[in-house]
Design a protein around this ligand. Structure first.
Ligand SMILES: [Zn+2]
Ligand SMILES: [Zn+2]
Length: 549
């Protein structure tokens, strides 16, 4: 009997993870994170509950489709439940390796695979099939099980003019369809968009216009995994004779990895360090930065409030936000755009020019895959419930008149689907939910509530309460620090010192930073957490409360 359990990514965007079990062998496909609303608690990231894997005695392998955070961000946290290797394409593994090292897991075995490679894990034989998406080296999985073939698309769109010349392997999809597919799991993200999504190439025209008309510095903010976008912008920089600086940790790291592996080509002499930006005339510089989601501590947020060491904005500069806003981040992005506007900067985004194209296929691409694969069973994945149910409706139209009718299983996280010679059926519910992770610590992994309680019990809760004048951003009175379950020797002195430290942090911040709740909260949280870790060796939950008076 084949057992299929989505542990994350169904009914939500983010933390994609799916378990497949045959007999004693379980394999896990992807291990993603979800980023919480910036306003939510003191939480950095969210991963799926892993109780199911624990109950299975761990998985024989972790198989990755591509290197986006919603597919690999949880890898270090899942590793305690993975007994075998991690399989991934070269670029995917290159993005995973620093995460493993950071968590002291650098010695865990990884195995590099390429499209059309096959690997055997117990009763499963997995074939990797090239798909196109918004980053290089993405694959779908064709998994041969004793009861039939399972195809998992991973994230995809059908880009017919891929930047790196690596095409979607439509031939193989067709062949798999002819071979006969038992079960298809397919990306539902953009099912509610009509037509085709469009190629990564589509943004070149808008960027050409921007390069032609920009007079000052040009700052392009994108996801640090958007290697294609980076390549387009770097090529135009070379053409328009601008030096290229990568700004922000993720951008610097990923551009280095991508260049080392040959996925990003930067002509010799073009790249400069962020510390060298000031040495060049503004019109000769292009910066690629992180922060397209308005993350409070990111490079773009710092630049926007004039708090970046190397990048200072002038009114003739242009900022391009070359990413979509992930739902929930609109407020933070709006705040950053307001700060940028206050500096007189020209801000260009998806709404004003075609500077972003999605990496996920629209309705027609999804239909094409459905009709090529024509599975016996179909499970829509990667989306909120409304996308999943829309995908089911689209599939019913695609399969209309087929005999036998493919069966569509609309399921959510934790639902157990069992397939045997009798067919597919719902076979109960596995524990599913979310684990909140703070900082980079791996922590012991239990279910969300237990883990929070354990964390609170061990390290306590610290709530700094700060009153700030809404206009001037000046402190009104001395910050107060309230604690629960945080007991230390001399804790009164420590708290007084902490409060003084907070006053200093606020005094040193600019008015713009002080009056931006998102930024000031994050600053206080980071500083206070560092303070307690240094002074007490503990890591309490820190939940700043800002009162605007
Ligand atoms: Zn993706
Ligand atoms: Zn994804």
């Amino acid at each position: 009997m084949l057992e299929i359990v989505p542990l994350g990514g169904l009914g939500e965007f983010g933390m994609n993870m799916l378990a497949l079990t045959w007999g004693e062998t379980t394999i896990v496909i992807d291990a993603g994170v979800m980023f919480p609303d910036p306003e939510l608690l003191g939480v950095d990231r969210i991963i799926p509950d892993l109780t199911y894997l624990q109950q299975k005695g761990g998985a024989a392998a972790l198989v990755l489709t591509h290197g986006h955070e919603d597919h690999i961000g949880g890898v270090p946290h899942v590793m305690p439940h993975i007994n075998g290797p991690i399989y991934g394409t070269p670029f995917t593994l290159a993005l995973v390796e620093p995460k493993l090292k950071e968590h002291g897991l650098g010695d865990r075995p990884t195995q590099t695979v390429r499209p059309r490679d096959r690997v055997t894990i117990g009763p499963f034989e997995i074939e990797f099939v090239r798909v196109t998406h918004s980053m290089p080296d993405c694959v779908a999985l064709a998994i041969r099980t004793p009861i039939g073939l399972v195809v998992h698309t991973g994230d995809f769109k059908i880009d017919q003019t891929p930047i790196d010349g690596e095409h979607f392997d439509l031939h193989r999809f067709g062949e798999l369809g002819s071979e006969g597919v038992l079960l298809l799991l397919a990306d539902s993200t953009n099912v509610d968009r009509r037509g085709f999504t469009g190629s990564e190439n589509d943004v070149i025209e808008a960027f050409e216009e921007i390069f032609t008309s920009a007079s000052g510095k040009l700052i392009v903010s994108a996801f640090s995994s958007s290697i294609y976008r980076m390549q387009i912008v770097v090529d135009l920089a070379a053409q328009f004779e601008r030096k290229v600086a990568f700004v922000g940790r993720g951008m610097i790291e990923n551009s280095a990895i991508a260049q080392r592996l040959g996925y990003l080509r930067v002509p010799g002499g073009l790249q400069i360090r962020d510390s060298e930006i000031a040495n060049y005339p503004a019109q000769d510089v292009l910066c690629l930065t992180t922060g397209s989601q308005g993350e409070p501590m990111s490079a773009l947020s710092r630049i926007a409030v004039d708090d970046h060491r190397h990048v200072k904005l002038a009114s003739e500069d242009t900022v391009v936000i070359s990413a979509r806003s992930i739902p929930g981040n609109e407020k933070s992005i709006g705040r950053v755009m307001n700060h940028l506007a206050r500096r007189g900067t020209n801000v260009i985004h998806e709404g004003t020019k075609h500077v972003h194209v999605s990496g996920h296929g629209s309705e027609e691409e999804l239909k094409l895959v459905l009709s090529l694969i024509k599975p016996r069973y179909f499970i829509p994945v990667h989306g909120e419930y409304r996308q999943l149910s829309h995908h089911a409706r689209v599939a019913r139209r695609v399969f209309a008149g087929r005999d036998p009718q493919p069966e569509i299983l609309l399921i959510e996280n934790g639902d157990i689907v069992a397939i045997d010679s009798e067919g597919a059926r719902m076979a109960g519910k596995a524990t599913a939910g979310r684990i909140l992770i703070d900082g980079t610590r791996t922590g012991e992994i239990g279910d969300e509530v237990l883990r929070d309680r354990r964390h609170l019990a061990e390290d306590g809760l610290v709530v700094p309460v700060v009153a700030i004048n809404k206009q001037t951003g000046m402190l009104e009175g001395v910050p107060e620090i309230i604690t629960r379950g945080f007991v230390m020797e001399n804790s009164q002195d420590l708290l007084a010192e902490g409060a003084r430290m907070l006053s200093e942090v606020i005094d040193q911040a600019s008015v713009e930073e002080r009056t931006d709740q998102g930024i000031i909260k994050e600053k206080l949280r980071v500083e206070l957490r560092r303070f307690f870790r240094k002074r007490s060796g503990r890591r309490p939950f820190v939940l700043p409360v800002i009162m605007e008076i």
